[in-house]
Design a protein around this ligand. Structure first.
Ligand code: FAD
Length: 421
């Protein structure tokens, strides 16, 4: 099988990566009439797209790279349960990435990234309803908004100038102080100071999304090939001839690199530099308790998210930079439970159904790369969606299709240029 060439020259596009970005790209391409195959090294959703928090939040335009990040990271380096952890044992590639990130931690670059992120989140937001209706997807899409909760008055006040910046770009929030907070979300503990309600936000269940996506694109004719790991490429000058995999070589006219946090490993084979580091996050999933919160929450001081569905409750968060390290750190799982107990009335003792980790594809400036490769004319790069890949996925698929079809871009694409680093 290994030496087999799948010379299916009729195939227009090979998408590499069965996460939300690869699938959304495959969907838009097949919908536009292209023949598409999707190669996934494991099973669909095996990367970071399955058991994340499922938030669709235009309000989350702030990138990780912002003033104060480096001081915060250094101060938390020795804390085993810190929500932000940077391993001191980093290799040269990671060190270079941190230096690039450090240079972006200023107000002007942060505001620039907010605009680039907003374009994607904003354009994607109405597409969720359209997709769910058109494709009859059952993903528990719910549009109740999201509350950023502050346990203390000081933190709520510290956030006020940031909210002012969000107001300036149209991301208005309703402040909820004391009783207003508990009337809006009675599942919260009653000693919390306040919060900001973002009515434009929504959420869905990501595992359901990924299995529905698999069904939809298969029915539309995408050739989904799982357990198929791309290990190299055959090239000819400035074009890719085929993707080399454990199941043989696959050739097509175009290729889409959508391999999330693994993208730099693959792009290195092509001599294409993609500055991405895996930002590990954890989630725990619980049965839905009696008295469960109804609105998704960002628990500010605990730096974690809480997502309620009819089918369960998820706690998620932490940002751990320790390379491609697949160990689950139970100190961080415990920190999620502690955070939940501090803010939520239920569940008290938190009986856990499942724990999970995922590697977010983190770029130094918080924006993804959605562009044609400068080195290979038939390669589109769609990766680096940081902490918002779910929320940004619908429009990313449209942009990938547009790059292949030669469509006019709907907005300024320079934010997502592959050559910007
Ligand atoms: C705890 C946590 C909570 C999060 N919450 C949210 C949220 O609420 N909202 C939100 O918008 N985002 C959230 N995110 C971020 C989101 O999960 C990511 O941005 C998104 O999943 C990235 O999608 P992707 O398709 O680029 O990557 P992935 O989902 O990682 O997919 C990449 C795929 O490529 C495959 N692959 C890699 N190498 C190869 C190869 N050589 N050959 C073939 N296949 C390959 C992988 O197996 C993987 O399936 C969260 C992340 C975490 C960790």
């Amino acid at each position: 099988m290994k030496s087999e060439n799948h010379n299916d020259n009729d195939c227009d596009v090979t998408v590499i990566g069965g996460g939300v970005i690869g699938i959304s790209s495959a969907y838009q391409l097949v919908k536009a009439g292209y023949s598409v195959r999707l190669l996934e090294k494991g099973l669909i959703g095996d990367g970071s797209s399955r058991e994340n928090c499922g938030l669709i939040t235009p309000s989350h335009v702030l990138p990780l790279s912002r003033p104060g990040l480096i001081v915060k990271a250094v101060s938390m380096m020795l804390q085993s349960d810190a929500p932000l952890y940077v391993s001191p044992w980093m290799n040269w590639t990671a060190m270079r990435w941190f230096m690039q990130t450090a240079r972006k931690c200023n107000l002007s670059d942060m505001k620039h990234a907010m605009l680039g992120r907003l374009q994607l989140l904003d354009a994607s937001r109405p597409m969720w309803n359209e997709m769910v209706n058109r494709e009859n997807m059952e993903i528990e899409l719910d549009e109740v908004g999201c509350i950023q909760v502050h346990a203390g008055k000081e933190n709520m006040e510290t956030f006020a100038p940031i909210q002012k910046m969000l107001d300036e770009i149209g991301l208005f929030a309703t402040p909820l102080i004391g009783d207003e907070l508990f009337q809006t979300e009675p599942g919260l503990q009653s000693d919390l100071y306040g919060g900001w309600l973002y009515k434009m936000d929504a959420h869905m269940r990501p595992e359901s999304l990924m299995s529905e996506w698999r069904r939809v694109i298969s029915e539309m004719g995408v050739n989904v090939i799982e357990k198929c790991k791309v290990t190299d490429f055959k090239t000819n000058g400035t074009r890719i001839d085929s993707a080399v995999t454990n199941k043989g070589n696959y050739s097509s006219k175009n290729y889409v690199l959508a391999s999330g946090a693994w993208s730099p490993i693959l792009s290195k084979k092509l001599g294409v530099k993609i500055p991405i580091q895996p930002g590990k996050g954890y989630s725990i999933t619980l049965e839905r308790p009696e008295g469960c919160v109804k609105i998704p929450l960002i628990l500010n001081e605990a730096s974690m998210a809480v997502t309620p569905w009819k089918s369960g409750l998820r706690l998620g968060g932490t940002m751990e930079f320790s390379g491609y390290n697949s160990k689950i750190n139970h100190h961080r799982i415990e920190a999620l439970k502690r955070g939940a107990r501090r803010y939520l009335k239920e569940p008290g003792e938190i009986p856990m159904k499942e724990e999970w980790y995922g590697w977010r594809p983190m770029t130094p400036d918080g924006m993804p790369i959605i562009d044609r490769s400068p080195n290979y004319g038939n390669l589109i790069i769609a990766t680096g969606h940081n902490m918002q890949g779910m929320g940004m996925s619908p429009i990313t698929g449209v942009l990938v299709k547009g790059l292949i079809a030669g469509d006019e871009a709907p907005f300024d694409m320079s934010f997502y240029s592959a050559a910007r680093f």
